[in-house]
Design a protein around this ligand. Structure first.
Ligand code: ATP
Ligand code: MG
Length: 428
């Protein structure tokens, strides 16, 4: 993509109402535009990151045997009447009426709707287990929308729902999602700590929040130091993760904590996911029953599994930035490479930079080419702000010797290379 064609409305001034780094940087880097309180327009750069995150989630959910669906954002209030949540959900739910005076709502979550969808066709143990998920916008009329996309009113969520014949099956579905979540966050370059969130009900140990450690987080948590050295690529790491201690502030009691203080760390956390088992809480009132092998009709056993997709964009920035801007981890970066031609007025340098761009495109590398007439200093500052993992700088040596300078955004290291070696390095 040529920057001269790309819609990238970066801002020089620091937005005054943005209290945390990710909010400030997303506005400055032209990723989002605030349309009203807690409601955002995703601009091209921001949308590319959102899609990268969605893709990782899709791949891992599909690999775990889940199937994607897409439910509407608008739901009938009638369904929520049946589950009893129409009144109990509270003011976060946005309700309104259509022209026939029928009550509707903008879905804050989808347990009721998916249970109804499921029960239309699934009647027998032969058809389950199933796990259906979607990536869809939700609306919650948060009392204090803040921190940009981290606590929005309209936000993108991945929500999955598992259906099993009995508790044993539901347990398997739950732990499969637990493991899948560790993989998903790992692939985004994040360490997510699963924190037990006791639901108080049966299977109360089957509710976990996934928290990213970051000073800007809204949760306060205690966690065992050992989390930091876990190798999440090792499939056997599961048992250990589950055993390790982590608790949010309100649940942490120093008196009864099973871990000695020197093994504990305290941090702020950002909740990026939440999984829980809730048995027949919705299947019973909504009549979602299945036939067992012995011919008995039972309420289907369910769990639900959320990921804050749009919140993750902010959370990833909170874990990866410095004074100059964002430092995208490669798997979620909007482009892999940014090209800066530092000699805009030299036709040979322009021709060289054009050729670098064409070759990177041919090699399938997602590239943003700053082909504008801005001063080199402004171009470099802009590249650091938007945080692409690699910068390719075309300067005097390019024209003379065919050598480009490569800067790695994450650690600032620089090397001089010819283009082919760089492309090979990227491929490796
Ligand atoms: P929180 O405690 O942060 O309000 P929640 O427990 O209400 O979140 P869930 O119902 O578990 O949220 O939703 C699943 C995921 O959706 C959360 O883990 C979070 O990452 C994300 N999420 C929830 N509310 C918001 C919001 N207002 N803005 C952005 N993401 C959100
Ligand atoms: Mg939650």
């Amino acid at each position: 993509m040529r920057l001269s064609h790309f819609y990238l409305p970066t801002q020089k001034e620091t937005p005054s109402d943005a209290q945390i780094a990710s909010h400030r940087l997303m506005l400055k880097a032209g990723m989002v535009y605030q349309s009203s309180a807690g409601i955002y327009t995703w601009l091209p750069l921001g949308l590319r990151v959102l899609r990268k995150i969605e893709n990782i989630i899709n791949e891992e959910m599909d690999a775990a045997g889940c199937q994607e669906v897409l439910m509407p954002t608008i739901q009938s209030a009638e369904l929520w009447q049946k589950s009893g949540r129409l009144d109990s959900y509270g003011k976060e739910m946005l309700k309104f009426k259509d022209r026939h005076d029928r009550e509707l709502l903008y879905g804050p979550t989808n347990e009721e709707l998916i249970t109804e969808v499921f029960s239309q066709h699934i009647k027998s143990y032969r058809d389950i287990p199933k796990n259906l998920y979607q990536i869809q916008w939700k609306f919650r009329d948060e009392i204090r929308p803040r921190f940009g996309v981290m606590r929005g009113r309209e936000f993108l969520m991945k929500d999955a729902y598992s259906f099993d014949i009995d508790y044993e099956g539901a347990k398997k579905s739950y732990w499969r999602m637990y493991q899948t979540y560790l993989k998903i966050f790992k692939r985004m370059g994040l360490t997510a700590i699963p924190v037990r969130a006791d639901s108080g009900a049966i299977g109360g140990d089957m509710s976990h929040e996934f928290q990213i450690l970051a000073p800007a987080g809204e949760s306060s948590l205690y966690y065992e130091v050992a989390f930091e050295s876990l190798d999440f690529d090792d499939p056997n790491v599961m048992d250990e993760v589950v055993r390790l201690y982590a608790a949010v502030d309100e649940k942490h009691d120093p008196q009864s904590c099973p871990v000695p203080p020197h093994q504990l760390k305290q941090s702020k956390g950002i909740e990026v996911g939440h999984i829980f088992y809730f048995g027949s809480k919705y299947s019973e009132p909504l009549g979602a029953k299945v036939m067992t092998p012995s011919g008995q009709l039972v309420n289907v056993e369910m769990g639900s599994y959320g990921i804050g997709v749009s919140r993750l964009v902010g959370a990833i920035i909170e874990a990866n930035f410095d004074g100059e801007g964002i430092k995208w981890p490669d798997p979620v970066a909007p482009f892999q490479v940014g090209i800066v031609n530092a000699k805009t007025h030299d036709p040979k340098a322009v021709a060289f930079a054009d050729a670098v761009y064409e070759k990177l495109k041919e090699a399938g590398v997602e590239t943003l080419y700053d082909d504008t007439d801005e001063r080199p200093g402004a171009k470099f500052a802009n590249m650091d702000l938007i945080g692409l993992p690699w910068q390719v700088i075309v300067g005097a040596k390019a024209v003379e010797k065919g050598i480009i300078e490569i800067k790695r955004r994450s650690d600032g290291t620089r090397q001089e290379l010819d283009l082919t070696s760089f492309i090979n390095q990227l491929a490796a």
